[in-house]
Design a protein around this ligand. Structure first.
Ligand code: BGC
Length: 748
């Protein structure tokens, strides 16, 4: 069961209650309807902190409480009559109109603005976040975030709930598509730019889910056991970089427990690390139903409860009145919310509802997808296809009508509804497989107008093989759908798709596989096919972008942000730990949300692989992989030479990359380091990269400045990053397993 706030259709039913509430002390109205407010806090020449302090002094206790919680959501919490002021998004917190403080209108926005279907609006679907991470391009991430910020504003929202950056410890996690891969430096850098892009549009940005919400199974109950050094150097490092470089106005704490305490009442995570060590100035908002107490959560550093007021309404008010929550602690929560509102510009420049720039959004989505598609195999230069090819079989995965998207609270609604039958159902439904109306068949036909292009649904491997046999080339589209609220049982393809690919490959030696997945995929058929493209969940213009890569109008340049293992058995945990019955809320009980809020019995996961996340695991365990982290081919080739490492405040790593083929392309040149053996670190870690565009034959010197923190370990005794003096091996090349340049350097 899943939740959403009141839709507009329900509003008349609650209008009566709302009228009664007009006499409540806090009455929300949109800022636009207010007379201009006079007050020194409205003067933007003061700093956000000063402005927050000034307005805080004017506020009553009820007004303060109101800014610290939401107005409810069906199936998760009771709904306040004030929910009538919701803009239709996942959250709405009531502001203080008499003081010029607007409501906070929150919308999910992982790869685009959610709930546009039920609100009668339009949103662009960008490629899934993991796909954007495959571009390794911080500018693309910024554009991604900026598009989300613009569309949020156009739809009347002033806060994004995007910014997912949990590192991929468990690639079967159903939300892997919403995150940015397995490396904390890549993920943190990319999410920071996404947040900056969003906030530049004067929208409150968010980073989530803090922290270690690495599987969906039993997420409201699970207790993650992990040692401090491992979390600081992996999962938390992604957030540390995201916070330092992206400066998000909000951090969403996660559902799970970490080392005993729920993340949203975990003083180590919220206060010691986030607010003290990282000097975070924004506010912490709980994931929806992730608040479990008033006093404990407040003391631990939770600033705002969503979606309701089960703890941060009356219970918090009473705790403040009785002195159980000190006034200074309480005021700090309010100060943080206000500060974020001033800092992000939502008070000085509130959103004006407008028409989304559909065409502009489609162009951005396509451009980013073209940079996100990873070419994994290309035997005998099968790709690019020639536009003079005479016959093509297009097979599988609804490739005649659409391409798959990621589900859950990230879901963007396709225009016209789901592209597969039954069509035209309006809003999307929780955990339906949703296909965007971007047709690979049509895009392929457009690229090769003279060719005979035939389609087969791929539901019967033998008839697909018969269709493939008579074509020059067979392109099999295969998918793995993912969603919040579930995990994958395996990284292997489902619905008979492995059999389909093998049958087609046996019939046609020119078989190309296009994978629409949100995580790594197992490929038992890899030796049988000639080419493989990973296009992820490709967004609104997925088909056009895919066809551009298939036919060589775009030379692929993306690299994997996560390892593709050979089998589930090679993962650190061969199966996902499932919750026992008592840790699962009983959805038959209409009050099951109370069981969640009041705390389900914990079950345990031990991340005993510790520091060995992603490629660090396979390296350390000497496990061969299918495709390594950082891997991706191009239609041209590159060579690397002349490595120079210069120690200093930053360590400068320079080398030359040459395009040795005959097409222009973009190469993501990567730099890794092995730390001194005494540190006990996995064999290597990514420390930087540079994306360089090169014409055929052209060479460029690449220079990567490496932050010393990226070469450090986290010393738990000193609670500080420490660069351990010794010999460091610096390596550069085209993937984590193709590093032709190596140089040792002594650092202290
Ligand atoms: C998800 C969050 C989301 C929130 C609001 C939760 O279930 O975990 O990522 O922002 O719902 O929809």
């Amino acid at each position: 069961m899943r939740k959403r706030p009141y839709s507009f259709l329900q509003i008349p039913a609650i209008l009566g209650v709302a009228m009664i509430c007009l006499s409540l002390p806090v009455v929300a109205q949109t800022a636009a309807k207010q007379k201009p407010v006079k007050g020194r806090w409205m003067d933007s020449s003061w700093s956000p902190d000063e402005r927050a302090s000034l307005v805080l002094k004017e506020m009553t206790l009820d007004e303060k409480i109101s800014l610290l919680h939401g107005t409810g959501m069906e199936g998760i919490s009771p709904i306040s009559p004030l929910a009538i002021h919701s803009n239709g998004g996942a959250g709405c917190s009531i502001g203080v109109p008499r003081l010029g403080i607007p409501n906070i209108q929150m919308s999910d926005a992982a790869y685009g603005v959610r709930q546009s279907g039920e609100n009668g609006r339009y949103s662009t679907a960008l490629p899934s976040n993991v796909g954007a991470a495959a571009s390794w391009d911080p500018n693309a991430a910024y554009e991604y975030g900026a598009l989300i910020g613009r569309e949020l504003r156009d739809q009347g929202y002033n806060m994004s709930l995007g910014g997912g950056v949990n590192v991929t410890r468990e690639p079967r996690n159903g939300r892997t598509f919403e995150y940015m891969g397995e490396d904390p430096i890549l993920a943190g850098t990319m999410v920071a730019q996404l947040i900056r892009g969003t906030q530049a549009q004067h929208v409150i940005g968010d980073i989530k889910h803090y922290a270690l919400n690495d599987q969906e199974s039993g997420r409201n109950a699970v207790n993650v056991n992990v040692d401090k050094r491992s979390m600081r150097e992996s999962d938390l490092l992604a957030f540390e970089i995201g916070v330092a470089q992206g400066d998000p106005a909000a951090v969403m704490c996660s559902y799970n427990r970490v080392n005993g305490d729920y993340a949203c009442e975990n003083s180590y995570l919220l206060t010691d690390v986030l607010k003290k060590d990282w000097k975070y100035k924004g506010f912490v908002v709980s994931d929806w139903g992730g608040t479990h107490s008033a006093e404990k959560a407040s003391a631990a550093g939770l600033d705002h409860e969503e979606p309701g007021e089960y703890f941060y309404g009356d219970p918090l008010k009473k705790a403040v009145q009785s002195g159980k929550v000190p006034m200074a602690e309480f005021d700090e929560h309010v100060h943080r919310v206000l500060r974020s509102m001033f800092a992000s510009g939502v008070i000085d420049d509130p959103p004006q509802k407008s028409v989304v720039d559909v065409m502009g959004g489609l162009d951005v989505a396509q451009k980013i997808e073209e940079q996100s598609i990873v070419l994994l195999k290309n035997e005998g230069n099968q790709l690019p296809l020639s536009s003079s090819v005479s016959s093509i079989a297009v097979i599988g995965a609804h490739s005649d009508v659409g391409m798959i998207s990621g589900g859950g609270s990230a879901q963007v609604d396709p225009p016209g509804g789901n592209a597969i039958k039954p069509r035209g159902q309006g809003r999307t439904h929780w955990q339906d497989e949703i296909w965007f109306p971007t047709s690979p068949l049509r895009s392929i036909k457009a690229k090769a107008p003279q060719a005979k292009v035939v389609h087969d649904p791929g539901t019967d491997p033998s008839s697909a093989a018969a269709v493939a046999k008579s074509a020059d080339v067979a392109i099999v589209f295969a998918y793995q759908w993912e969603s919040e609220g579930m995990d994958l049982p395996t990284l292997g393809l489902q619905h008979n798709q492995n059999e389909l690919i093998s049958a087609v490959a046996a019939a046609n030696p020119h078989t190309v596989v296009v994978l629409e997945t949100g995580t790594a995929t197992l490929m038992p058929w890899i030796g049988q096919v000639s080419a493989v493209l990973e296009v992820w969940f490709p967004g609104s213009r997925g088909a056009e972008a895919t066809a551009n890569v298939l036919f060589g109008d775009v030379n692929p340049s993306a690299k994997l942000p996560m390892t593709f293992p050979k089998s589930d058995a090679d993962l650190p945990h061969t199966t996902i730990v499932k919750p026992p019955k008592e840790s699962i809320p009983n959805e038959a009980d209409p009050n099951h949300w109370k069981q969640v809020l009041e705390g389900l019995p914990a079950f345990q996961i031990k991340y005993d692989e510790g520091l060995k996340v992603g490629y660090k695991w396979y390296d350390a365990e000497n496990k061969p992989v299918l495709f390594p982290f950082g891997y991706g081919l191009s239609y041209t080739t590159y060579s690397y030479s002349g490595l120079k490492v210069t120690p200093g405040d930053k360590v400068t790593v320079s080398f030359t990359v040459q395009n040795t083929g005959n097409r222009e392309g973009g190469e993501i040149a990567q730099v890794y380091a092995s730390l001194p053996a005494s540190t006990g670190e996995p064999p290597k870690r990514l420390i930087g990269w540079s994306k360089v565009r090169l014409k055929p034959g052209e060479s460029k010197e690449v220079s990567v400045e490496v932050d010393r923190k990226y070469l450090s370990i986290f010393n738990v005794q000193q609670n500080a990053w420490q660069l351990v003096p010794g010999d460091y091996n610096i390596m550069a090349g085209s993937s984590s397993q193709a590093l032709p340049l190596k140089q040792s350097v002594t650092l202290q």
